[in-house]
Structures are given as structure tokens and as C-alpha cells.
Design a protein around this ligand. Structure first.
Ligand code: MRU
Length: 366
């Protein structure tokens, strides 16, 4: 996507071939800053501290992290240590496991002397595939939005609610949940996005609002608790969210608060779509609530808020009384029964084992 007319991805190999470069998402929307990652340890920090985030981008960064590791030590021990370091960074997004297993599978049979070059090639392939996948998700989601727009009877505005950031910043490009929205906007549909602020880290208010604004897509930031009210009053035509891990049965794990939006959508007859690339599906799992590990993050993310001061500094302030404990659950699981449909790169399907099997028959575990 473009920032001020310049096309960017969220991660790319540095021109000198000695590093990868990323956009530091912890500084957005106030500061646009590109950071060089030179070692696997720096790649691991970038994922754990959320300089990069979003399931597909976490996967791509891990793949490049292995490439950086192979530049330094391409032995079996070096590969195993880098794999373990990256795997520990974040527990919920399954794309991390998928990308690490994929690159390790390519490198393991090779002699150590060939691993570095092969890792860079494979990481670039993973990044390119993510872009193509998300574009395809966008096309399939656009068809759904066209149908809703044609039937809903408000020709002047199509209101879509989204949670967290599942836009291009969460992927290598295009985004998952936002890909249909960008294509709908480009196709001339009168789309308007309700952007959940997404406490505690405010990925909606900081990142989704920023990227929609840069692309000229009409949007309004709302408090996380406003969605139910908007749905009760007919002001949401559809919800589209991303996911960090989806079970083979269609349960969807996404940013904390997604489940409450799905409940409100169900109660109000609002379609609730989940957009996902297939590496986000954990084919081994059947019960998302019981089986998906939910990341718990530092209390400081809850107790403090960061923002722009009147004199232009970015500063964190404390919003919780000194001594009050905080519980910072980062994700929740929306059961498949609350999901209207899944939007994948291969098409739209029911959130169920049969629905996913109809699109990915080769992946079904008997
Ligand atoms: O903790 P984050 O910011 O990595 O969580 C991101 C989300 O929950 C996104 O909505 C999800 O990864 C889907 S991204 C395409």
C-alpha cells in the first residue's frame, strides 16, 4: 500500500543484503520510522515487543529471522537455537509456527554452506505469497460486500465494523480483513469503517485508523464498547475481523474483544465475517476455547496509555491507580457458531470442519 504516494510493504530485505527492514509499529501513528534488523535476536525482539505484529507479518518476520540466523551460524545447532528463540516470541498466532516449520523444512536437508541463500529465498517467497493470498481474500470479500451493498437499501453508505488491525500493517501487504475494504473503496462502493479502538494497545485507533486514513477510506474510531449500540441501531451492515489462529472446526481466535463483537452481531442479525490466509488455520485443533494458548502480556500495557502531547512529544501516562493489579489477556476465541462465514484465499466457506474441508481438502486430518 502507499504512504504519501510511495509503495511500501511492512518488511523487506535491506539493499545491502545484510539485514531486513521493518516499519516500527510501536511508533505509529505519530512517527513513521523504519528499523533495520541485523540479527535473529533483533528479529525476535521485534516480534515479542510488537514492533511488528499481526499473524501473517509475525510469520514473515520469523522467516526472515531464520535467514539472519543462517548468515551468522548455519550449523544444525545454529538452526535449532534460532528456531527456538523465534518460536518463544508470541504464543497465539499460529503463522509463527507455520513459517518457522516451513523454512526449517527447506533448510534441514541442505549442507550448511547452502542454508543462508536458501533461507533468504524462502523468506521472500513466504512474503510474496502473503501478498498474493491477501489480494485473493480481498477479491472474495469484495463479492460479499457487493452483495450486502446491493440488498441493504442504503446506497449512500455501507458500514463495516472491524476490530484490532488486520490491515496491511498486520500482513506483508493488503491485510486480511481490510483487503476487501480497500478493494471496495477502489471499486467505488460507499464504504465507511467503524474502527474499534482495541484496548489495551489501541491497534485500531493507532494503526487501522492510520492506514485507512492514508488510503482515503472513510472511517470513524469508536470506543471498544460502542459496537453493540451501533448494531442495535442498524448502523453496522457487516463486521469483518482477522484471526491469529482458526481451528479446523472454524473457531476463531483473534484480538481480545472480538468475541463480544461476535455476540452482539449474532444478537442483532449482523453478518460476522472472518478473513484469513490458510497458514492461520491450525488443522490439528478442534476446540478453540480449550486448545488455543492465549497470550497474557505485561500489565503496563493496561495501566499506561501512550499518546501525543500538545507540544509534540509521544509520552506514556498512567491511567490505573498505583497498586491496582491488571490482567492483560491479549486474545479471545469466538466459537464457529457465531461466525457467518470465513473468507480465505480460495473463497468463502462456512466456519465448520466441512466448510474448511470443501476449500482445503488436502489439509483435512482424518
Ligand atoms: O497482538 P497483535 O496486534 O499481533 O494482534 C493482531 C490481531 O489480533 C489481528 O487482528 C490478527 O492478527 C489478524 S491479522 C491479519
Amino acid at each position: 500500500m502507499k504512504i504519501d504516494g510511495i509503495a511500501y510493504r511492512t518488511i523487506w530485505p535491506a539493499a545491502d543484503g545484510k539485514a531486513v527492514e521493518i516499519i516500527d509499529q510501536t511508533r505509529l501513528p505519530h512517527v513513521f520510522s523504519v528499523v533495520r534488523l541485523k540479527t535473529v535476536a533483533e528479529a525476535a525482539t521485534a516480534i515479542a515487543d510488537m514492533w511488528v505484529r499481526g499473524a501473517p507479518l509475525i510469520g514473515a518476520t520469523a522467516a526472515y529471522g531464520l535467514a539472519l540466523a543462517m548468515d551468522a551460524d548455519s550449523s544444525d545447532a545454529g538452526l535449532a537455537a534460532a528456531y527456538d528463540m523465534l518460536l518463544k516470541t508470541r504464543p497465539t498466532a499460529v503463522n509463527l509456527h507455520w513459517a518457522l516449520a516451513d523454512v526449517r523444512g527447506v533448510l534441514t536437508p541442505l549442507p550448511a554452506s547452502e542454508r543462508s541463500a536458501a533461507a533468504w529465498v524462502r523468506a521472500a517467497e513466504i512474503a510474496d505469497a502473503d501478498v498474493a493470498t491477501n489480494r485473493a481474500i480481498g477479491e472474495h470479500g469484495l463479492s460479499l460486500l457487493r452483495d450486502i451493498s446491493a440488498t441493504k437499501g442504503h446506497p449512500d453508505r455501507l458500514n463495516v465494523l472491524t476490530h484490532c488491525n488486520a490491515g496491511w500493517l498486520a500482513t506483508v501487504d493488503w491485510g486480511t480483513a481490510l483487503a476487501p475494504i480497500y478493494l471496495a473503496h477502489e471499486a467505488g462502493l460507499p464504504i465507511h469503517v467503524w474502527v474499534d479502538e482495541t484496548r489495551p494497545r489501541n491497534q485500531g485507533a493507532s494503526l487501522t485508523a492510520w492506514e485507512l486514513g492514508r488510503h482515503g477510506v472513510p472511517h470513524t474510531v469508536i470506543a471498544d464498547n460502542a459496537g453493540g449500540h451501533l448494531m442495535q441501531h442498524g448502523l453496522v451492515d457487516a463486521c469483518i475481523v482477522g484471526t491469529d489462529r482458526t481451528t479446523a472446526t472454524g473457531d476463531v481466535c483473534n484480538k481480545i474483544g472480538t468475541y463480544l463483537k461476535a455476540l452482539a452481531a449474532f444478537d442483532n442479525g449482523v453478518p460476522f465475517f472472518v478473513a484469513l490466509p490458510s497458514p492461520t488455520i491450525d488443522w490439528a485443533l478442534a476446540d478453540g476455547v480449550r486448545e488455543i494458548p492465549i497470550e497474557q502480556r505485561a500489565a503496563a500495557e493496561q495501566s499506561h496509555l501512550s499518546g501525543l502531547t500538545a507540544d509534540g512529544r509521544v509520552e506514556a501516562v498512567q491511567v490505573v491507580p498505583e497498586g491496582s493489579p491488571c490482567a492483560n489477556y491479549a486474545f479471545d476465541v469466538t466459537p464457529a457458531r457465531l461466525v457467518t462465514a470465513l473468507i480465505t484465499e480460495r473463497g468463502v466457506c462456512a466456519a465448520s470442519r466441512d466448510g474448511l474441508a470443501s476449500l482445503f481438502p488436502e489439509r483435512v486430518i482424518q
